[in-house]
Write a new protein. Structure first.
Lengths: 159, 351
């Protein structure tokens, strides 16, 4: 029996759901960091060669390729290196827009990473602004232990 | 062709669950392989790795792996989403171009975070095969059944491969399945995907390995005992399982011929056969006679870190030469379901 290929409706889409479950092991360095959060502390590691302090730590210095075994506790205060104001709604969003996501370099760390900044109008956030962690009432080995960062000084005092 | 030698090789013991992250697992093998090579790390011309992000379900984990390398000032670097035996092949090609004289190769895989047989289903045709979720053990069982029917070999022959592998693994500190076994006991266990029993299948492993390659005079200068790559070739068969003859490995036979596997005696063969029947198929394909010791390391049946187990076959073959157990060795690596893609590498010590 021959099939008239021309008469077949083209298939434009097919749906093949994919679901895989993983149970991730944090690794030694990330476990150190997460355990610190559960104690209200922010911990990193120092490279024995270039002396940079990485927060969060990965267990190695990406520049020198050596283990970073020295544990360093850094401040929960730091400075905003850059930031963005999120205005785009998206599916599953838990925060109310607009909100501020900032790269914060904590005092004692040589690497910045992302946190929320609240208790300030988005338009008043600026580079160089000093901010401090606001800890959750219930601490656990999770980023949720830090609710957000808030300003610790008046606008414009640091250029 | 430029002469290229293996001048360093290292691996960490395979375990079912390594508590370290990938970078923490890679660093020790990199340091050990580089140290063995006698080459200063910053003088190694090229770095290439083999890994698969699906294993831990983390996008760009292959880039994260570079944190172990020390990539500053910037290095020349590449990656294959395959077993690191193919990274070694890329390094060999890179050295052949004359652009570099040495290369660092590493492979790493953590199977423990996911359900490996299901993860591997995603390497299949995404439209008509993967949606059925055929797991890797069931696919191997299809091949095993076809092979036993075609060859006249039996489940006892498969168990004998498992017993020999485990006995050999007992002497390998990097192996994972080392309990001695007896053929009758193994045959008394129930099948998990008939005709395969547990002993016919590899363990789920976390592991990593690294090797350093160097060209001609550089290899002779830095190493007392360079292990020369006399031939290396890889071939691939169709993605569609139904279009292949699963009872033989045509691609292995071609790669072996192109690599010159038959142009001399083979003192040791390290075959990347995650399943017992696959070792028999590979032996036939390469034409190994009964006298050649196969997988004195215990092979992938006793330690199967994905993306590293193929490179480990090459490293174990080199080790046999370094330790004086062989002058000429054949190493094999596989990738994909049911021996889809195969690489053969011929190694020789000093003449």
């Amino acid at each position: 029996m021959s099939v008239d290929v021309e008469a077949i409706e083209p298939v434009g889409t097919m749906t093949t759901p994919i679901r895989l479950e993983y149970e991730i092991q944090a690794g030694t360095a990330m476990a150190l960091f997460l355990a610190g959060l559960a104690e209200g502390k922010i911990r990193g590691q120092r490279c024995p060669v270039c002396k940079e302090v990485y927060v969060p730590p990965r267990g190695s210095c990406p520049k020198d390729g050596v283990p970073t075994e020295e544990e360093v506790e850094v401040s929960d205060e730091g400075v905003i290196e850059t930031f963005c104001i999120v205005n785009i709604p998206f599916y599953g969003q838990v925060l109310q827009i607009p909100y501020v996501c900032a790269s914060v370099r904590l005092d004692g760390a040589d690497l910045s990473f992302q946190w929320l900044v609240e208790e300030v109008k988005p338009e008043d956030v600026h580079q160089g602004m000093r901010v401090k962690a606001v800890w959750a009432d219930e601490l656990k080995p999770s980023m949720e232990s830090v609710r957000y960062f808030k300003p610790v000084e008046a606008r414009g005092s640091v250029a | 062709m430029r002469d290229v030698a293996i001048v360093g090789f290292a691996q960490i013991p395979s375990v079912s669950k390594d508590p370290r992250n990938e970078v923490e697992m890679i660093m020790p093998v990199l340091h050990e392989a580089v140290q063995q090579s006698g080459l200063p790390r910053n003088e190694i011309g090229f770095t290439v790795s083999g890994s698969c992000d699906f294993l831990i379900g983390q996008p760009f984990s292959f880039v994260g792996g570079l944190d172990a390398v020390g990539a500053w000032p910037p290095i020349r670097e590449s990656h294959v989403e395959m077993d690191a035996a193919w990274a070694l092949y890329e390094a060999w090609v890179k050295i052949q171009t004359g652009e570099v004289d040495s290369a660092l190769v590493y492979g790493f895989g953590k199977s423990s975070p996911g359900d490996l047989p299901r993860v591997l289903a995603l390497q299949l045709d995404p439209y008509v095969v993967a949606p059925l979720w055929p797991d890797s053990i069931s696919l191997a069982a299809l091949q095993a059944r076809a092979y036993l029917e075609a060859s006249g070999r039996t489940e006892r022959d498969l168990a004998e491969v498992a017993v020999r592998s485990r006995n050999d693994a007992a002497g390998n500190p990097n192996a994972q399945v080392t309990e001695p076994a007896d053929v009758e006991d193994l045959l008394a266990t129930p099948p998990i995907a008939s005709p395969l029993r547990r002993h016919d299948c590899p363990p789920s492993s976390d592991g990593a390995a690294a090797a350093v390659l160097a060209a001609g005079d550089l290899a002779r200068r830095v190493s007392d005992q360079p292990v020369w790559i006399r031939g290396i070739d890889h071939r691939i068969e169709p993605h569609q399982l139904g279009s292949r003859d699963l009872t033989r490995s045509v691609s292995t036979a071609q790669a072996a011929r192109n690599a010159g596997a038959h142009q001399g005696g083979t003192d040791v063969a390290e075959l990347h056969a995650p399943f017992t029947h696959q070792e028999l198929i590979l032996r036939d394909a390469i034409g190994l006679n009964g006298d050649t010791p196969i997988n004195p390391s215990g092979g992938a049946l006793t330690a199967n870190p994905m993306m590293a187990a193929g490179l480990i076959r090459i490293g174990e073959a080199a080790r046999a030469i370094w330790e004086g157990r062989a002058r000429r060795a054949v190493a094999h690596a596989t990738s994909g379901p049911c021996l889809q893609q195969n690489l053969v590498c011929v190694l020789e010590g000093a003449a």
